[in-house]
Design a protein around this ligand. Sequence first.
Ligand code: C5P
Length: 408
Amino acid sequence: MDIKGRSVVVGVCGGIAAYKVVEVVSRLKKMGAEVDVIMTANAQKFVAPLTFRSLSHRPVVTDMFSDPEYWDIKHVSLAQKADLFIVAPATANIIGKLAAGIADDMLSTTLVATKAPVLIVPAMNHDMYSNAVVQRNIETLKELGYIFMEPDTGRMAEGSSGKGRLPEPSAIVEKAVSILKPARDLEGIRMIVTAGPTRENIDPVRYISNYSSGKMGYAVAQAAHERGADVLLISGPVELEGPDGVRLIRTSTAEEMEEAVLGNFENCDMVIMAAAVADYRPAEVSGTKIKKNDDEMVLRLRKNPDILKKLGTIKGNRTLVGFSAETDNLAENAAKKLESKNLDMIVANDVTMEGAGFGTDTNIVRMIKRDGTVVVLPLMSKLSVAHRILDEVRGMAAGSGQGSGNGQ
Ligand code: C5P
């Protein structure tokens, strides 16, 4: 299973087994996951934050924040970006706090704020583990949808033997991968995804285009295929290879893209238009290379068809999702487009923000739904953003089930 680009947040607590979690982080990172580590104050007495930082290549979040504003932003953004949260070693303390809803440090606060699946890997002295209160807390959390791994039995750090050892790092990683495996919650959905720019010819050697790389749309197509959808990707000219298992139609101009989309629209349940379609094309395309005679030249442009707007007028019970790349008045402009194009959801991004928009592997988006609900996401990989978009639309498609949540 490919976990490349998926976001895993690892919460490390103060137990001797913290050193084994170094291996867990290292393995996840080698598999291509984006790993953020949060350490409790006690965890830092067992392993230095620098160890995790060196392996995850990201700053390690500790509790030592002097700036409460930063603290607040950080715990919310990590909670939101996680595709999976792992707590290892999970002490009796963090299990107790979580079961009681206590949020008094960075790790517990982030855990309370996350909607991601949480994998808890307890490791503690076997007398502590078998304590009735600890066991009751574990049962409470299991009932709420938290996922637990059983500790191993064997020799403990203090010399005695019993159940309470942290499972092997390979077993923890295997479990993590199985949780990250996308649910097949889009099975039976026929989906068109558009991606990339369009290219509007001026003459045989020149064209007008934009900086769209196609990465966002290709990520949506890949994620939807992984989740069982029957995906047709209609792409403008990009450098990317089509995701495995996805049918691909390559187009160049907006008019070609329109033809491909309309030709396949009847037999689809959902369209996600991530393509950056050029709004205008040269009014005349010269058959021969235009010569540079004058100091100035005027290029007359004609409006391209607005593909999505057209789909909005003939959508029936299909689900339509648009993208809105903005440089100003993001929310306002996006909401207007949702309305004018008759969409079910619009994914808006401010392309001027670092890490967002064209060309990057990451994006920062907000999703605005027809009912006015707004979901704001932090900086995330485009694949993770793609999964979040699909999480929002999975219940909308005609003929789909309502999709299952994480239980949390
Ligand atoms: O109006 P604006 O171009 O910002 O709208 C963006 C959304 O509309 C995107 O989903 C884009 O794919 C779609 N679009 C389209 N045809 C156009 C222009 C944009 O389908 N000519």
